[in-house]
Design a protein around this ligand. Structure first.
Ligand code: GAL
Length: 984
């Protein structure tokens, strides 16, 4: 396809000079531009749908959006991990408010496609809606539709049906390519309508494939990548494309495959998930990575990490995996981790940065890959229950800095600087002359040292395993910073004054020196600040964290533009929200979240969230005299710093009470185990060949569930045989993915349960097959002549990911072979899994339990005839038992409460529960494995003002007593505010 050169102008020289000079933010006081490429200037305004054509170019420093430098500070979230579209907006608004300018999303093929040729982008799968919301929120989108995504989802995102197709996935195999194209056509049909280049949306960048490190040097791989590239271009996607290299290998740099003559628009990106124990890696342009290490592999494109760890996923619990829960990921990759690693990235010339995950969410239904459990919280800055935690603080500070202080978009490495006990990076902006220092402490104790800067020695303390960012020579509106031991967070012009915010750790005594050739008029608006003027320099010192914000106003009198200096410790800084409106920029201080701001006449209309009682302070354009918060007018006064401050506090969020769960009813199932069960409508399992990577045993039919169209959740088998002479034992080989399970019955009598992993599973796991064999003696049971039925339930976990492009997603799931000792009866097999996919909840919602096939999980099902029970409960039984109850919530409309379901019991009891809320499969609890005990119930699926139906499908193993024990609702967070939530 013809690609417009205009779109991909990798702008060089002084192309953008004119644009850069026209801006209105603080940087306009910058010194002369001496640019080798596009100079430093104000960043582009937040994106939206404006109907204008835009260009997305780049040079080695950064992206150039309409010729203006843009540092991409992005967070990853997965719409498919939050099955309530209203809440997408909540997460997006939280990201935007806390300094992100982009959201990166995978689009999971399996989530949208229950069968070849069938694609669904409605309801919780509405990609178009997500892209609209991102544009409305003012966030760029980095779109990553695979076809392969990995992401700890079933099959790495490959649909179940792809496991039974010919050809090797992730290669140039024509069958695979035809399916991959089918998927990309569907995604691109939607994506095309939301391209930033067209002014119809905010898609800024687009990734093909993910971590493709197989076949790199072979024609197979190059042909494959070339095919995907051309396909995406042919579909009309004209933003820059890129790939996410698994680590810093230098794979898929520009020129490494044929783009069909299309010369622009390919970026090199690589990911990194360093352990907190590692020294942060120098992987960017300035790094010691060598010719192929990280960004140095692609000297002509900007440093780009499409994924950098913001937490880590957690495996199942139990002896072998020892998942510790997400509190641990959050503890080990904390705010200091973020400062230490992400500042190192910036210091290495990375100007496109995406944090994986920023909101992890929930791998609900049968979405999780075998390695993970339901929660995909990831220890991210925004937790699974949508609470904004402490980890947001460095993200907020850095994100706003990178968007509002343009000096950071173009940094060269400057002369090495040494400070005792610290690793120091020194950079400078060639256009503005600002210097940037990152001082990192990799040791286990705090380090205080003299940092020799171009503005003199600064005495700084860096806590253990932490880092600090310092600048000298930075323009602060019409004035200039000489140096500061605090980190700049933003600089903006609100109405008549420039405002600069500086941050640090609570308890820091920070210093700041302003160049002031003439003695200024300084007002200390908060008592803890001290200042002194000495020979052309204003010295300010502030102890941070003495009760919120510290304000110092610097004026010269007359018509001079004042500079307001604001000092904030980390927690305070995250309650300071800059917001650009068409009539000027606002800075709002106080609430937990500012979602949206609009100026109408003399009134600022603000919406957002409050948790604890707070005042609200607003700096804004001239003429703004009144403030409304969530639709209600607030009484305010004008302060000495020219802000509007509420005269009464906004109350904190009211207490939310959740009901006790009771009124449970139960019913046992698994009639399939009984000899008389009618299976005549089940599929015959009689195929003789399969595309699976698991060999079909000689002389046996294919028993793999996928081959019969059952791709997710539980499968039942019934094998009928007549000739029982000599049969002593039956061996059931099955393959299930970790934590899989098999239960067998002979003529309705339990033979036993077998479960993964078992102690010797180690080697099998490494082979990635997750296969085990359950052996049951049957001799005594088969004395009677005539027909016998072997019934087997396989709790199949999910398909393996295909990280190495070895078709590992095609490993069989379900029974793989059945053999008998003593004889070889001829068995006629039938198989049953999930019914037709749920048209609303999608293909991954259900497996093939009897109750699921009968709709016992659905809210409309009548359970009046079921037996009433109370929890805790104990029973000893092999099989499936369902429990249902209803509960009513009446959370006030203006409170956003996040609710979870918590299950607890004696960890010795071997049972598990599939949790259905209003018919939605919200996860799997395994009592004797863990570590997850609390399951998030997303609002929209959860009726916070209405009646809900909860159903638990419990599989108990007979080896121990089984529960459920205690089952209760837990309040995971609440704010006064939130977004309007539509029922899903
Ligand atoms: C990356 C991969 C992601 C995800 C992540 C770990 O290597 O690209 O899809 O699997 O690791 O959470």
């Amino acid at each position: 396809m013809a690609l417009s050169r205009r779109t991909f102008s990798a702008l060089a020289g002084s192309t953008a000079l004119g644009l850069a000079l026209g801006g209105s933010n603080c940087s306009r006081a910058s010194s002369a531009y001496a640019a080798r490429s596009a100079p430093t200037g104000p960043a582009p305004s937040p994106p939206g749908v404006d109907g204008q054509r835009h260009t997305v170019g780049y040079d080695r420093y950064s992206l150039l959006v309409d010729g203006k430098r843009l540092v991409v500070w992005s967070g990853e979230m997965h719409p498919f991990r939050l099955p309530s579209p209203s809440l997408w907006r909540d997460v997006l608004q939280k990201m935007r408010a806390h300094g992100y300018n982009a959201v990166s999303i995978y689009v999971a093929w399996n989530y949208h496609s229950p069968a070849p040729g069938t694609y669904d982008f409605t309801g919780v799968r509405d990609l178009d809606l997500f892209l609209r919301m991102a544009a409305e929120t003012g966030l760029y989108v980095i779109l990553r539709p695979g076809p392969y995504i990995n992401a700890e989802v079933d099959g790495g995102g490959f649909p179940g049906w792809l496991t039974v197709t010919k050809g090797s996935a992730r290669t140039a195999d024509p069958t695979y390519l035809s399916y991959a194209d089918e998927w990309l056509t569907q995604v691109n049909r939607i994506a095309r309508r939301h391209l930033f280049t067209h002014g119809t949306g905010t898609i800024l960048l687009y990734q093909i494939e993910n971590e493709y490190d197989s076949h790199v040097d072979e024609a197979t791989g190059r042909t494959y990548m070339s095919h995907l590239y051309r396909k995406v271009r042919a579909d009309g996607i004209d933003v820059p494309l890129f790939h996410n290299d698994k680590g810093r290998n230098g794979y898929w740099i520009p020129g490494s495959f044929d783009t069909g003559g299309d010369s622009g628009g390919w970026l090199y990106g690589f990911d990194g998930y360093p352990s907190p124990a590692h020294t942060p890696p120098d992987w960017g342009h300035f790094g010691a990575g060598g010719a192929t290490g990280g960004a140095t592999a692609s000297p002509g494109t900007p440093g780009f990490v499409p994924e950098f760890g913001g937490g880590w996923f957690d495996p199942w619990g139990g002896a072998w995996f020892s998942g510790k829960g997400y509190a641990e990921s959050r503890r080990t990759r904390d705010a200091a981790y973020e400062r230490r690693f992400y500042l190192t990235n910036l210091a290495n010339g990375i100007t496109l940065h995406n944090v994986y995950m920023t909101f992890g969410g929930t791998s609900w239904g049968w979405l999780p890959a075998p390695v993970v459990y339901t929660s995909y919280d990831y220890g991210a800055a925004i937790d699974e229950a949508r609470n904004v935690g402490e980890k947001i603080q460095p993200m907020h500070q850095l994100g706003h800095l990178l968007q509002r202080v343009p000096d950071f978009a173009k940094l060269d490495r400057a002369a090495d600087v040494k400070a005792e006990g610290l690793r120091v990076y020194h950079l400078t902006n060639p256009d503005t002359g600002a210097h940037v220092y990152v001082a990192r402490n990799d040791g286990t104790g705090p380090v205080t040292a003299a940092l020799p800067t171009d503005a003199g020695d600064l005495r700084i303390t860096v806590p253990a395993k932490d880092a600090r960012l310092l600048t000298t020579g930075l323009a602060l509106g019409r004035r200039k910073l000489k140096w500061s031991t605090a980190q700049p967070m933003l600089c903006l012009t609100a109405g008549r004054q420039d405002i600069a915010v500086f941050t640090g750790r609570r308890g820091d005594m920070v210093q700041l020196v302003l160049d002031c050739p003439a003695e200024p008029n300084v007002t200390r608006l908060d008592p803890e600040a001290a200042w002194v003027y000495d020979r052309g320099e204003l010295h300010v010192s502030v102890p941070l964290g003495q009760g919120g914000l510290t304000r110092v106003l610097v004026r010269r009198g007359g018509s001079d533009t004042p500079l307001l200096l604001l000092f904030a410790d980390d927690a305070t800084s995250a309650r300071l929200f800059p917001y650009d409106t068409p009539s000027g920029t606002l800075l709002v201080y106080g609430p937990a979240l500012l979602r949206h701001a609009e100026l109408r006449g003399s009134k600022a209309h603000l919406t957002g969230d409050v948790i604890g009682e707070t005042a609200v302070e607003v700096w804004g354009p001239r003429g703004i005299r009144r403030v409304a918060w969530n639709g209600r007018a607030l009484p305010t006064r004008v302060t000495a710093s020219d802000s509007l401050m509420t005269t009464a506090m906004l109350p904190g969020v009211a207490e939310v009470r959740l009901p006790e769960l009771g009124g449970w009813r139960m019913r046992t199932e698994n009639p399939e185990a009984g000899p008389g069960f009618d299976d005549s409508r089940w599929k015959r399992a009689d195929k003789s060949s399969s595309y699976s990577t698991t060999p079909v045993p000689a002389g046996q039919p294919v028993l793999f569930a996928d081959d019969y169209g059952f791709h997710y959740g539980d499968v039942w088998y019934r094998g009928t045989f007549d000739d029982t002479r000599g049969v002593e034992e039956v061996s059931l080989a099955y393959s299930s993915g970790t934590q899989g399970l098999l239960m067998a019955w002979l003529d309705g009598e339990p033979l036993g349960t077998h479960r993964l992993p078992v102690p010797d599973v180690d080697t099998t796991i490494r082979k990635g097959t997750w296969a085990q064999t359950a052996v049951f003696p049957v001799r005594g049971a088969l004395r009677s002549p005539g027909r016998h039925v072997l019934s087997v339930l396989v709790r199949r976990m999910q398909h393996d990911e295909d990280g190495k492009a070895l078709d590992t997603h095609k490993a069989a799931r379900g029974l793989t072979a059945v053999t008998f000792k003593g004889a070889s009866p001829k068995v006629r097999w039938r198989i049953q899994g999930a019914c037709a996919p749920d048209p609303v909840r999608g293909p991954l919602n259900n497996g093939g339990l009897y109750g699921e096939r009968q709709g016992w999980h659905l809210p409309g099902f009548h359970d009046h005839g079921w037996e009433p029970v109370v929890f805790p409960r104990t029973e000893r039984r092999q099989g499936v038992t369902w429990y249902r109850t209803r509960f009513r919530l009446s959370v006030p409309r203006d409170i956003d409460a996040s609710v979870g379901l918590t299950l607890q019991d004696d960890p010795y009891r071997a049972y598990r529960a599939q949790i259905f809320l209003n018919g939605w499969n919200l996860g799997q609890y395994i009592n004797n494995v863990g570590p997850q005990h609390t399951f998030v119930l997303p609002n929209g699926i959860l009726r916070t003002r209405g009646t809900n139906t909860l159903a638990l499908a419990v599989l108990s193993e007979f080896t121990t007593l089984s529960g459920p024990g205690s089952v209760r609702l837990t309040l995971l967070g609440s704010t006064s505010g939130g977004v309007p939530v539509k029922p899903v």
